[in-house]
Design a protein around this ligand. Structure first.
Ligand SMILES: Nc1ncnc2c1ncn2[C@@H]1O[C@H](COP(=O)(O)OP(=O)(O)OP(=O)(O)O)[C@@H](O)[C@H]1O
Ligand SMILES: [Mg+2]
Length: 410
């Protein structure tokens, strides 16, 4: 500042705090990185999931047919491993396009205890819990939140190679406006997982959520990026604090559910049907498996490669007054008409026939709200006979009752 004679008499200093801006930039860069990983992982997982569907379904069929005790035992062991492989592809698909969580109101405990116990079984690390007795339920995808807890616990265990304790606490939190940099005002459940391991240095702390960042010989660097992406998609946030040689504390927030928890009875459906079912999938292995499963439930099957072929066949049969009991469509096919379009064509001819959509993208909007897109129900690939029997029992039976014909629409 100068006076009238241009003599400097003062200065104006402007300070601008850019911490907030830098933090937001960091968050947005991290999200972009996760998105590119998602596209890559999604492509691989989709193909892998289809291949697995073939293995999974055929072993399940063999298990149902098997009469020899030893063979049944080996097949059951194979099914258990495949169940775990199915979990892994689901983890990859979590990143994929349309990988939004399938959320239902549920309690985080004892879910978290069960996962921690399972993850730490046989190790010299144990957990202590301090859980608020009136903990709110959260709207969660149980499998995905299971992955989050399991990844954090595995890291904690690896950080304490000679054993030790992990403390898990959970509490209700009413978050105010701007109280947390990435959370909106509202009610949350806060889960804290503290270990007393090697800790994380200040230098690497900003990178631990990056995909493929690892300091471990055998690590993939995918554990925490998966956690981050899952928690983000649930509308929550994940934070970390750590001190070298003292330990690390991971805490995540999940929005409290506005709806109450509804418990679903365990299903034990025994379904046998008859009649003809059209299936459409561009993967031969899936067509074959689904055909075998449906045949073993009493149906006969017509296989088609794409939506157009299926619609054409259906139209021809309808014209000749030959009944079809149900239709199974693959959601996405590489060439030709996909399930989403084909169902519209079928609906022009018949509004009641059960049309099911199958996909590995269990979280695609069509899979989440099949009825809105013209389908009767959706089924996630790869599926077990029990799941298939369940939707057939519900819809094929219902449909035949509605239309006044006998069971299964024949
Ligand atoms: N509890 C912890 N204590 C010390 N370091 C940790 C802890 N959790 C994570 N880290 C650090 O963060 C890095 C990234 O963790 P992340 O779980 O994403 O990958 P990873 O464990 O190396 O491999 P992956 O989980 O894919 O097998 C780790 O390599 C490790 O350096
Ligand atoms: Mg890890």
């Amino acid at each position: 500042i100068k006076d009238r004679n241009y003599v400097i008499i003062g200065a104006v200093l402007v300070f601008r705090d850019i911490t907030e801006k830098n933090k937001l930039l960091e968050i947005s860069q991290r999200n972009q990185k996760l998105e590119s990983l998602g596209i890559l992982a999604g492509g691989i997982a989709h193909d892998f999931n289809n291949l697995m569907g073939g293995i999974f379904g055929n072993i399940d069929l063999a298990l149902h047919e098997s009469k020899e005790c030893k063979v049944t035992q080996f097949l059951s062991l194979a099914m258990n491993t495949i169940d775990r492989a199915r979990g892994l592809t689901q983890q990859l698909l979590t990143f994929a396009k349309g990988g939004a969580p399938v959320q239902k109101p549920a309690y985080l405990f004892p879910l978290i205890q069960e996962i921690a116990q399972f993850t730490l079984s046989g190790s010299s690390v144990s957990c202590q819990y301090d859980i608020a007795p009136d903990l709110w339920p959260c709207s969660i995808d149980k499998d995905q939140i299971g992955q989050v807890v399991s990844n954090i616990i595995i890291n904690a265990q690896q950080a304490m190679p000679s054993g030790g304790g992990i403390e898990i606490t959970a509490a209700n939190v009413s978050m105010g406006e701007k109280e947390h940099e990435s959370l909106q005002k509202g009610e949350y459940v806060k889960v804290t997982i503290r270990d007393h391991g090697v800790g994380i240095s200040k230098k690497i702390l900003p990178h631990i959520f990056d995909p493929f960042f690892t300091t471990k010989m055998m690590g993939h660097g995918l554990g925490l990026s998966t956690c981050h992406s899952i928690i983000n998609r649930h509308g929550g946030a994940i934070d970390v604090e750590s001190k070298m040689d003292e330990g690390s504390t991971f805490c995540f927030y999940l929005p409290a559910a506005s709806k109450p928890v509804v418990s679903k009875p365990v299903s034990d459906v025994r379904h046998m049907g008859s009649g003809r079912i059209i299936i459409m999938d561009d993967e031969e292995i899936i067509r074959g498996t689904l055909r075998n499963m449906l045949e073993s439930l009493g149906y006969s099957v017509i296989c088609t490669n794409n939506g157009w072929e299926a619609v054409e066949f259906y139209a021809k049969e309808t014209k000749s007054n030959r009944q079809i009991a149900a239709v199974f469509f693959d959601l996405t096919v590489r060439n030709g008409m996909d399930g989403k379009v084909a169902v519209k064509e079928i609906r022009k001819l018949n509004s009641k026939i059960p049309v099911f959509v199958a996909s590995g993208y269990a979280n695609d909007p069509v899979m989440k709200n099949p009825v809105e897109y013209g389908f009767s129900a959706s089924i996630g690939k790869p599926f077990r006979m029990m799941e298939l029997a369940e939707i057939l029992e519900k819809h094929v039976k219902e449909n035949s009752e509605k239309s006044g014909t006998n069971r299964n629409g024949i």
